[in-house]
Design a protein around this ligand. Structure first.
Ligand code: 1HN
Length: 371
């Protein structure tokens, strides 16, 4: 079969396949199936001061509900912008930083994307979800599940900034995006304020009529910082035999649906990690990608040999299947919040994780990231 004539015939054949919108698997298989995850997502880090200045500038130039549906500056991963992907932190996840000034309102709407919010600074703002007003304090995680009517308001006296995390890329890849504004200024409040917190965050209690079958959305809509901090605090007080420091994550809690123990959001995973002062965690990698926000503390994360130095407020991207290890270089504990796509991968049978075993679990640092 070898020889010049055969090669020329094959080449003509490939061209004729292309003309008919067909392809030869004998040449193209490696494009479709790789031995390990192959992707264009590069890690990146944004300093909080940079983000905050831009968000406050947006506050001077634009009003929510008038000039913009939401006043948000979002994280654009430069490696994905090169591929034409707008609004992507990773292939699946989006994060933005939203600002509301006292007296402002961001109008009601509904969409198929899920959203989680992690309050960064300021008091007095609220989100209403399907007629329930939910007060937001720093460190709280507030859910607006897919297809719930939601709007934001502010009855306080200082700027409020929060992180929005949405499954923008994931939904887009399935062509599953639906959006609708509400026909009216405000969705009617039909439930007592903070109803879901009172009904579902009392330990071991839930309403008898509630359907506890696994499902979504989580009936608890605000996971309060006081509870998160207390949970992590008592973990860190346990003797090593009771609560072990996870070698990769430190002390960590995930946000779950309290009636099922399943994820709080069907598609967006969320986790709060506490890394004690001076601790250098070991590297691992997993298929799921994540967007991190530094709630408190100082340190760095080594991502595929590159050092990403962080301090309070910073955001960084963890791509799929990349080695990473977190280090707290400060003399106080560090809190890292992250959103991820682990649940979707698990449901589809695609999640996998691997510990880094060379060099005691620590990568060699070969470069330092500068934004
Ligand atoms: C959205 O609905 C909000 O409700 C924030 O605050 C950010 C980004 C993309 C799509 C919808 C919000 C969003 C969003």
């Amino acid at each position: 079969m070898a020889g010049i004539n055969h090669e020329a015939a094959l080449s003509d054949f490939h061209a004729s396949l292309r003309k008919d919108s067909l392809g030869p698997l004998w040449t193209d298989l490696p494009h479709m199936i790789t031995r390990e995850p192959d992707h264009d997502v590069e890690p990146y880090l944004w300093k909080w001061e940079t983000i905050r200045n831009h968000v406050l500038r947006a506050g001077e130039l634009l009003k929510p509900g008038k000039d913009s549906e939401r006043r948000v500056v979002y994280l654009q991963n430069p490696s994905l912008l090169k591929k034409g992907l707008i609004g992507y932190g990773t292939y699946t996840l989006y994060a933005g930083i939203q600002l509301l000034q006292p007296g402002e309102q961001a109008p009601p709407h509904i969409h198929s994307q899920g959203a989680i919010r992690l309050i960064i600074e300021g008091k007095g703002a609220y989100t209403s979800v399907n007629g329930e007003k939910i007060n937001m304090d720093p460190g709280d995680l507030v859910l607006t599940p897919p297809y719930t009517w939601h709007e934001h308001g502010h009855e306080g006296a200082e700027p409020v900034l929060w992180m929005d995390g949405l499954d923008v890329g994931l939904v887009k890849s399935f062509a599953g995006s639906f959006f609708q504004p509400y026909d009216g200024d405000s969705y009617p409040l039909t439930k007592p304020a903070n109803y879901s917190s009172y009904q579902f965050s009392a330990p071991g209690l839930m309403p008898v009529d509630e359907n506890a079958q696994p499902g979504y959305p989580s009936p608890l809509l605000n996971y309060r910082w006081v509870d998160t901090e207390r949970a992590l605090g008592t973990m860190a007080q346990g003797s090593p035999d009771v609560v072990k420091l996870n070698p990769h994550d430190g002390y960590a809690v995930k946000y779950v649906n309290p009636t099922t123990g399943g994820p709080a959001d069907a598609r967006i995973g969320s986790m709060m990690q506490k890394i004690p002062a001076g601790i250098h965690l070991q590297a691992h990698r997993h298929v799921h990608s994540a967007i991190y926000h530094v709630v408190r503390g100082t340190g760095y994360t080594v991502i595929d040999g590159k050092k990403f130095e962080w301090s309070q407020g910073d955001f960084f991207i963890l791509p799929p299947w990349t080695w990473h290890e977190h280090v707290n270089t400060g003399d106080t504990e560090a809190f890292l919040f992250s959103i991820d796509d682990t649940h979707v991968l698990q449901v589809l049978g695609l999640e996998r994780q691997e510990a880094y075993t060379d060099n005691g679990g620590y990568q060699e640092v070969t470069s330092i990231f500068h934004p």
